[in-house]
Design a protein. Sequence first.
Length: 257
Amino acid sequence: MTAPTREWVTFDDPHRKKHIWHVDVTFLTSPWTCIFGRGCQGIHEEPTPELVQGCCSFGAHASSAKDRKLVAKVAQKLSKSDWQFRKRGMKKGVWIKVDKDDWRTRMADDACIFLNRPGFEGGVGCALHVYAERVGIHHSDVKPEVCWQLPLRNIEEYDEDAADGKVHHRLTEFARHGWGEGGDEFAWWCTEAREAFVGANPVYRSQEPELRKMVGDTLYEQIAEYLDGRMSVGPPPVVHPSAVPVQLLAARPRKTA
């Protein structure tokens, strides 16, 4: 019998009657944490920790017109010390249309235009993140939705053939396959890497602001209460596979002729 690799718990949405949330207990109770600039290998075909690009190498796709408008508005507030490529972004705009109804942040020197590179005096990393820290707000208030949600993901599925017309949400990790076919080419991805599972708190606590925005305050409180109780009796029996250290077996002695 194959052992389970993931544990789930289901909640009804407290505000939308036909919406059901299937919550990934295994990932949300794991100690995953972002290790940008602290061992992150990037998302190129070869490990590139020296570039310090994290998952910002290809730009961010907008989730909606509202998302684009927010980021463009915030970009106007960034100073030269916040944003390395401010002059370029202000001249050409921060979004570029790549397909019908598909917009992506512009690129600058082979990465997202908002990415400050190593050596920039204002600080390496996302300029929007730098700005958020400077003015004392959470980065989810200023970054593209796909960026602040990572590595969380809400996969929404509507069964048109079902008589009840319910909408199912899978609240889980943004795994490699979330990037589509391109994800297969990554040499490294953080939710598969043992070195990223070193956080001091479980994901449902360390990512609390993001989760509240994704599911709402009421549902978040229900999820957190359940997971608090779940963890109070000990670690979940199904541990995230990437959080488990590799156990190497002793080498077998070679046979001699």
